[in-house]
Structures are given as structure tokens and as C-alpha cells.
Design a protein around this ligand. Structure first.
Ligand code: SF4
Length: 194
């Protein structure tokens, strides 16, 4: 992996021009958000609204996530949001490991550029991109709400997982769990900042 692209404009441009995997035929959506984030949030892949607007997490689940972040006291300046897979898969299908693996270079560059206090993975696709654990029976309910360590570019980061907000659109019981997890995240960051 090339690590000499430490300019967010170049990182965005590399995403927009990328042809590394079969999703190259579809709309490319780079990350967006604070230029000095405490949190780097990783979702799955762009949805229809994201593809139309060229921005991550601006559809229904993105609105829910931003409302939850606001409810627990995070400001827009606190976070940068991106996806594990930057192009919208056809038919809103779940990205495969090929797409996650090929797209990881872009995610790694975003992490190495921003050096956030915590990386937050939303849902299984993000957790596969961040933890590389693809063992059978791997369920996000088993490890959400807990902090892990992972190294990117020689620096060890705190990683935290919760459900993807899209899950809460279909299962209201997940709303309280995501909110609870984000409160845990908020306390962790406040303690870390001191
Ligand atoms: S999904 Fe990622 S790796 Fe595949 S073409 Fe899009 S930007 Fe490139």
C-alpha cells in the first residue's frame, strides 16, 4: 500500500477515480465531515440518497445516526464519516470481501490522515474492514459496545463497534442499544481527552 498520499483532497480524488474492483461502474462517494475529528465513523457502502448527493450518511439511516450523535452530545466538528466500501453496490446489495479488501486502501489512508481518537465501525461490513475477522458465526451482537485495539500505519487505535443505524430503521429495539453504545463512546472520549 502506498502511504505517501497524506492530503485529504488527493485521498478523495483517488476514491473518485478508483477502478480497483467491479464496483467501479457505480457511483463513488468519498468520506466527509470534520477536518479535525475525534471520531472516524465507518459505515457499509453508499445508499441511493448518498449516491445521488455524493455524500456519506445523508439518507434515512444517516439522519438517524446524526440525530443519535447529537443526542449524546457530539457536535458535527467531532466526527468524520466514511464507508468501508466507497461505491454504491447494485440493487443496494451487501458488499463482498473482494470489495472490502480492494477498498481498504482508501479507508486506511483516511485513518492515517486524520489519526482519530477512536474509530467507530457500524455494522458487520465495517467490522470486517476494521478487524479482518471473517470467521463463521461472526455476529456484531457479540462484540458491539466494547473497545478493541487495531494498528493502522504503525499507530495503535481504539476501535468501537455498534449496529449500523439502518438496522434500527427495521428493528426499533436497536435504537436504544445504539444510543447506549454512543453514550459509552462519549464517556470514553471525555476520559481520554481528560
Ligand atoms: S468500491 Fe472502492 S475499490 Fe471498488 S472501485 Fe469503488 S472505490 Fe475502488
Amino acid at each position: 500500500m502506498s502511504t505517501n498520499i497524506f492530503d485529504i483532497a488527493k485521498i478523495r480524488d483517488a476514491v473518485l477515480k478508483c477502478e480497483k474492483c467491479p464496483l467501479k461502474e457505480f457511483v463513488h462517494v468519498p468520506g466527509d465531515g470534520s477536518t479535525n475529528p475525534d471520531i472516524l465513523i465507518v459505515g457499509e457502502a453508499p445508499g441511493r440518497t448518498e449516491a445521488e448527493l455524493g455524500l456519506p450518511f445523508v439518507g434515512a439511516s444517516g439522519g438517524l445516526l446524526r440525530m443519535f450523535l447529537n443526542l449524546v452530545g457530539f457536535e458535527k466538528e467531532d466526527y468524520y464519516i466514511t464507508n468501508a466500501v466507497k461505491c454504491r453496490p447494485p440493487g443496494n446489495s451487501t458488499p463482498g470481501m473482494l470489495h472490502i479488501d480492494e477498498c481498504k486502501e482508501h479507508l486506511d489512508r483516511e485513518i492515517m490522515f486524520y489519526k482519530p481518537l477512536v474509530i467507530v465501525g457500524l455494522g458487520v461490513t465495517a467490522s470486517l474492514a476494521l478487524s479482518r475477522d471473517s470467521s463463521p458465526g461472526y455476529r456484531i451482537s457479540d462484540y458491539r459496545g466494547t473497545f478493541y485495539k487495531s494498528t493502522f500505519g504503525g499507530i495503535e487505535y481504539d476501535i468501537f463497534f455498534t449496529y449500523h443505524p439502518a438496522a434500527a430503521l427495521y428493528d426499533k429495539s436497536k435504537e436504544g442499544i445504539i444510543l447506549s453504545d454512543l453514550k459509552t463512546l462519549k464517556k470514553f472520549i471525555e476520559k481520554k481527552i481528560g
